[in-house]
Design a protein around this ligand. Sequence first.
Ligand code: AVJ
Length: 323
Amino acid sequence: MSMRHSVAPDPGEASRAAFADDVAHALTQNPRQLPCRYLYDELGSLLFEAICRLPWYRVARTEQSLLHTHADAIFSRLQCVSTVVELGPGSGEKLMTLLAAGPDRDVTVHLVDVSPAALDGAANALAALPSLTVVAHEATYEAGLSAIARSHHATGQALVVFLGSNIGNFDPTGTDALLRSIHATLGRGGALLLGTDLVKPEAELLLAYDDPLGVTAAFNLNLLVRVNRELGGDFDVSQFAHRAVWNAPASRMEMHLVSRSRQRVRVRESRIDLTFDAGESIWTESSYKYRVGDLELMLGRTGFQVTGQWQEDGFALTLAEAG
Ligand code: AVJ
């Protein structure tokens, strides 16, 4: 495997400043928020890996089993693929499983993630596979996709893989916008492999996002630890509680951090000085859950045609072609 890193001019400083601005903006919204992409610092990425091993969070395991079982069927429809783009590769395990059944030709793999920890992990995992060129993009999905669209001269077909229900972090407007930029990057004839968690009974969802071991609580609270460390914040982490709620009308799980008392919080780099009321919360993540019919509509209106779908245990893997 050969490996290239495409990096912004001064990634450390620039991304720190963007983080500080994003935190200032999100925490002063009504309701207060923090963007979920910042959950994945090194510890956050490890905590997410731990969540994926919990009996109550089956997304990753179910998807892994679907990929393992159907990788051959998927690639039988993708004979000419020469470029694979993965949005949010995490540990790289999903793509490994898929590419183990992959085409017998040289493939360029682009990994797009805001987390350097995730990019390193994924690139290392993929190093085990021959005839791959890996390009890592430390970027948001949108920025990564347009960089790839600009640099992409390959002759074969392109495949975007967007797994683990990562799409669930986007609200409906954001989802349509993202699917349209995926379509633009792919061009006609390109393919999208999408992994989505499906609507299931509320009790199961609550256990998946508020597990009895407290790993998800730690994952959520670590966002405050990160703000303290990287931006000079003074959050008293013990004064916030993890809360997971199922928002049925919006079809999404939400994670919040609820203030246990009236308290003041300052974040130096973000230049903010806030007062939280007891019970006031910071909304840190949405995880949308889908019905199979929603997927077809969502893909249809953004220019895709579903060509294959596999389901197991409340999870769907959908293959679609850009028309
Ligand atoms: C990685 C975004 C798909 O939303 O289910 C796990 C992250 N949050 N437990 C999800 C997560 C709480 C996960 N995604």
